[in-house]
Ligand binder design. Structure first.
Ligand SMILES: Nc1ncnc2c1ncn2[C@@H]1O[C@H](COP(=O)(O)OP(=O)(O)OP(=O)(O)O)[C@@H](O)[C@H]1O
Length: 210
């Protein structure tokens, strides 16, 4: 379902990353571990089509993501890839519900599952609240809900547990796993947080610059 092969990437002439090949089937999970600066966000951005590799392929289903660009890439990503960013990218002036509807709108989806999703993530009661009034943990769950609003085939999460205590880290990883399993989506978590290994044993380690 997801196949990543022979990726080469560099921000500048001195720094090129070694990016391991990845192959994941629908419903499978992968943890990408690495210390700070090892290239975890970089690989996540390549998998999500936010950065173009210099060489190699990222294929999701039958689509070569690295060959798409512009509006086609945005639409494909919006429909098939849910990204939970390290810092929540949710729109502060909007309510929780409006943030999800906006994600639906970009790809012409109806968002039939939005309310159910908010219930499952424990933020249904906050659906009419502006994002600015939420706690950090609630805002993070909104950003997870928004990433899942269009039933993506691939869920990518960047350091979702970094600032959480053990109990909440475990809750957030389980939420991501449950949602991925519900829709048979592939789940990739990139993190330096070794605690996540307790939940996802399938892991690779980023080695940094090569
Ligand atoms: N736009 C950029 N231009 C040049 N170098 C960059 C750029 N973005 C990141 N880098 C460099 O690439 C390396 C990897 O960055 P990246 O953000 O992928 O690491 P990371 O493993 O996610 O780190 P952290 O855990 O601290 O978030 C770092 O040395 C960083 O300085």
């Amino acid at each position: 379902m997801l196949s990543v092969k022979n990726i080469k990437f560099q921000y500048d002439a001195q720094n090129s990353f070694y990016i391991p090949d990845i192959s994941l089937k629908a419903g499978e999970q992968l943890l990408i571990l690495g210390r700070s600066g090892s290239g975890k966000t970089t690989i996540l951005n390549i998998l999500g089509g936010l950065l173009k590799p210099n060489a190699g392929e990222v294929k999701l289903g039958n689509t070569m993501i690295n060959e798409l660009s512009g509006a086609k890439l945005d639409k494909f990503r919006g429909k098939h890839i849910g990204i939970v960013f390290q810092k929540p990218h949710i729109l502060a002036p909007l309510t929780v519900e409006e943030n999800l509807r906006l994600a639906n709108f970009f790809v012409g989806a109806k968002g039939e599952r939005n309310l159910e999703l908010l219930k499952e993530l424990g933020i249904y009661e906050k659906r009419k609240s502006k994002v600015t009034t939420l706690s950090e943990g609630e805002a993070q769950r909104v950003s997870i809900a928004r990433a899942l609003a269009n039933h993506p085939q691939l869920i990518l999460a960047d350091e979702p547990t970094a600032s959480l205590d053990d109990e909440n880290a475990s809750i957030v990883v389980k939420l991501l796993q449950e949602q991925a399993q519900k829709f048979n989506a592939a789940l990739i978590i990139v993190t330096h947080d070794q605690r996540v290994k307790d939940h996802i044993s399938n892991h690779i380690i980023m080695g940094g610059l090569s």
